[in-house]
Every structure is written in C-alpha cells, then in structure tokens.
Design a protein. Structure first.
Length: 309
C-alpha cells in the first residue's frame, strides 16, 4: 500500500515548471546557472525536495528521462543489500574476477592482485569508487533481470540500470548504462534517508556503501568536504551521494543534511562535450547548485508560531 502511494505521488500529473513557489529565493543562482547552459543547448533536469517538510524547492524538467551514467548502480546496490537482509545465499558468496571481466574506467579492483572478494566488499567498492569491474561481476551474479524487477517494485518507471558497463557500445547494446528522471532520483534518496527502501536495514546498508563515495567533483564540490573521509558530520554537514559521468553526461543525486534543514536532490545534464570549455561550463553550473543547497540546509528551520491578536 505504501509503495503504491509513493508511486502515485511521484507520477501524479503536474504542470512543467522551471521555477518553484517554495523557497525560490534560495535557489535563484541554481535557476540562472542551469538556465544559462540550457539556453546554450544542454538538456537539463533538476529536483530538490526538503526532507522535513516534503516541499519541492526546485523542479526543472524533473520528469524527463536523461542518461545518468553510473547513478543507476544504486539500483544494483539496493538489490544486493536486500538479498543480504533476507539472508539469501547469493548475498554472501565470494566472487571471482576473470580475464574476460577486464573493463576500463572507474574502480580499484582491476588494479588489485586479489582475485576474489565477498559480495559485500564488491558493493562497498561500487559505493566508494563506482567500481566498474565490481559492478559487472555483481550484475553477473544477481542478474540484470533481478535489478529491473526490484526497480519496478519500488515504483520507478523512468529510472533504470539498462546494461553492464562496456568499453564500447555497439548497435545491439543499450545506448546508455542507465537513465533516470531527477524527480524519481531525488525521491529515491529521500526514501533511503527515511529508511523506506525495502526496509530500514536494507536502506541503512545502501547508505553506508554510498557514504564512502569519493567523487565530490560535481554538485558536492561546493560542500567543502574531504572526498576521502566524509562519513560523519563535518561542520554540521552530512552527505550521501552518487555521481554519474560519461561523455556528454554529468549527473548527481544525493541527500544533504545541514545544521537547520535537509534535502534530497538530483541534477542531470546532457551536453555536447566537444571542448574543455563546454565541460567546464557544466561543472561550474553544477557547483552553483551545490552552493545553493549548502546555504539552504544551513538556514534555521522556520517553525509555525501561532499568532495572537
């Protein structure tokens, strides 16, 4: 019943917005920065939700589906965590890497000598470094069909992990590793923060893996945190996030708590990555989003004080 209510809330028809009636004064920089790169030809989507009040603070084409690169790996982590919670045997195996598993890009395991690792350790590598080799071996172990079924059970219809990580994508493979809408991704992080994904133990385990994420190069570049050590409060700031980067794609989703407020957020940009300048303009815009988020969560919450005549 709760899952159905969440699904209906996420997918209820809404008028497309490029501004917000709630808290817009806090995110004027976000609208300007994202609007500027959108007018220059980028496809932009963003969603920010206050975790305490449930108010939507930013909604910029938040229902459109854009490539999200490695962000879809969150769905794999949820499936793995759920199996560990259920004490399914597949959640406790020790998995091997083989010569055929070699994959370029993000990750550490391909640089390590150890040939086998437990399932939970591979999930930790995915959370910390978005490890491509660990991702593919976990996907081979649990099955992409199982990840898709779990995704559907969460009520997500615009967000999906589509394929293995590949060095090259041919005409017979999915054109992207993952896709998503920022409305669904901000909801997903909010639900994780509220311990509502599958159950509290499963949610907390996923958050634990993601809390080790070392990529703070996008939105989170504005938060002033140590990329290699930010699992606890740092100047009353606590972050859990996942990023996705590919040619012409930059995406980030997360949950951020400050001294006064907390938000779930997601931002995706698809752009023509034909020069360093084009890429830097996107990164600068994402950092502006981070500045606005940081300022918002460190504002004191406004309590409803009764008026007396």
């Amino acid at each position: 019943m709760r899952a159905r209510e969440r699904w209906e809330r996420i997918h209820a028809p809404r008028v497309p917005r490029h501004s917000s009636t709630e808290g817009a004064e806090n995110f004027s920089g976000t609208f300007r920065a994202l609007g500027k790169i959108a007018y220059a030809g980028s496809r932009v989507s963003a969603s920010v939700v206050d975790l305490n009040s449930g108010k939507t603070l930013v909604a910029i084409d938040d229902r459109i589906v854009l490539p999200t690169a490695s962000i879809g790996k969150i769905l794999l982590l949820i499936e793995v965590s759920a199996r560990i919670t259920a004490r399914d045997a597949s959640g406790f195996g020790i998995l091997d890497k083989t010569a055929g598993d070699s994959i370029a890009g993000a990750g550490l395991w391909q640089q390590l000598q150890v040939p086998t690792l437990p399932v939970a350790d591979l999930a930790a590598l995915v959370g910390a470094t978005s490890d491509n080799l660990a991702t593919n071996i976990l996907l081979r172990h649990v099955g992409l069909h199982a990840v898709r079924a779990r995704t559907e059970s969460l009520g997500l219809v615009r967000t999906a992990l589509l394929d293995l990580v590949r060095d090259d994508r041919g005409p017979d493979e999915a054109p992207q590793l993952s896709v998503g809408s920022t409305a669904e991704l901000s909801w997903l992080f909010g639900a994780l923060a509220r311990n509502e994904i599958v159950d509290p133990v499963t949610s907390q385990r996923v958050l634990g893996w993601l809390s080790q994420n070392s990529d703070l190069s996008l939105v989170a570049s504005a938060f002033g945190l140590d990329p290699l050590s930010h699992r606890g409060l740092d100047h009353d700031t606590l972050l859990v996030n996942k990023t996705g980067s590919d040619s012409g794609v930059r995406s980030e989703a997360g949950a951020l708590r400050g001294s006064g407020r907390a938000v779930a957020y997601a931002v995706s940009v698809q752009f023509t990555d034909d020069s360093l300048g084009s890429r830097m303009r996107v990164l600068e815009a994402l950092r502006v989003v981070g500045v606005d988020l940081l300022e918002y969560v460190h504002q004191p919450r406004r309590e409803n004080v009764p008026r007396h005549s």
